[in-house]
Ligand binder design. Structure first.
Ligand code: FES
Length: 305
């Protein structure tokens, strides 16, 4: 995992003060819970006998208690604060401390950085109201490449057909990868044999390290129809956990645009069509892979300096 990246590992509403949850960043298991409103993140392995802390419980004090032998840890720094039946004159061995991670919460996402001392990212001002979580059986890199090459493999926008044509090629802008794809309204006659009319475009702006992407769907007058954020995170066993949030925009003018509001306007697909994925020719993803490597190297050099 990159040394300094903020991964959107949960949606705010998924984290409670009653039941801890387990997430992963790659091979790193993490337990999350709320301690008096503040989200805490510790390694999801008890330092005693390695039981997952996520199987334990959150105490009234906001500390987390392991379900196996009842040791209790402070989420702020992972410090061991209580061992049941320990005589009052005995000290806690300092080696028993859970690894703590940096946490930031804004825009309805909970982000974790594996570097506990990482500076907090700039907060997001708005929380998009529609939201979901999917566990996709596709590796993180492949998920991002599929989004670049053919979004229909991993997302669905009600009433929209993604075409193979790009309105703007993939480029780097301020450390992000940005492309714009031509789209059409989904109608019974689509696809026409020759397509030259693209009344809708989808702009995708992707963080080069994490793959977190901002999506903006616009009509032919460049009025926003829908905004979405999708946050893919590499999880255990090659699964990609994808949290997303979305919002329909007010500038809907046509009947087709209004129809978007009649059902679920945005989804991350829970399963990927393997047959379709296999025959999808790499296009934008080829250039993206080079740019991602270049940006990751620059970030590593900056951390080393
Ligand atoms: S394994 Fe957690 S207290 Fe023993």
């Amino acid at each position: 995992m990159p040394a300094n990246a903020w991964w959107a590992v949960a949606r705010s509403e998924e984290i409670t003060a009653t039941k801890p949850i387990n997430v992963d960043i790659g091979d790193q298991p993490i337990v999350l819970w709320r301690d008096n409103g503040v989200v805490r993140a510790l390694e999801d392995r008890c330092p005693h006998r390695r039981a997952p802390l996520s199987l334990g419980c959150v105490l009234g004090s906001g500390k987390i208690q392991c379900g196996y032998h009842g040791w209790t840890f402070d989420g702020k720094d992972g410090q061991l604060v209580d061992i049941p039946n320990l005589k009052s004159d005995r000290k806690f061995p300092p080696v028993y401390r859970a690894r703590a991670f940096a946490v930031a919460e804004s825009g309805g996402f909970v982000r974790v950085n594996l570097d506990a001392k990482a500076a907090a990212p700039a907060p997001l001002a708005e929380t998009l109201p529609l939201a979901g979580t999917e566990n996709v059986a596709l590796g993180h890199e492949h998920f991002i490449n599929a989004l670049f090459d053919n979004p229909a493999l991993v997302i669905a926008i009600r009433g929209i057909k993604f075409t193979p044509y790009l309105m703007a090629e993939l480029v780097e802008q301020d450390g992000r990868l940005v492309l714009e794809r031509s789209c059409q309204w989904s109608t019974p006659s689509w696809p026409a044999p020759f397509i030259s009319d693209f009344p809708v475009t989808l702009r995708i702006s992707t963080d080069a390290i994490t793959g977190e992407s901002e999506l903006l769907l616009r009509d032919d007058a460049f009025m926003p129809l829908l905004r979405a954020t999708i946050a893919p995170v590499p999880a255990a066993r090659g699964v990609t956990q994808v949290r997303w949030r979305a919002k329909l925009e007010a500038g809907r003018r046509s009947l087709a645009a209004k129809a978007m509001a009649l059902g679920a306007p945005f989804r991350v697909l829970p399963t990927v069509d393997g047959a379709e994925l296999r025959v999808t020719k790499p296009s934008a993803s080829i250039h993206a892979a080079d740019l991602r490597r270049e940006i990751a190297n620059r970030a590593d050099s900056a951390v080393a300096a």
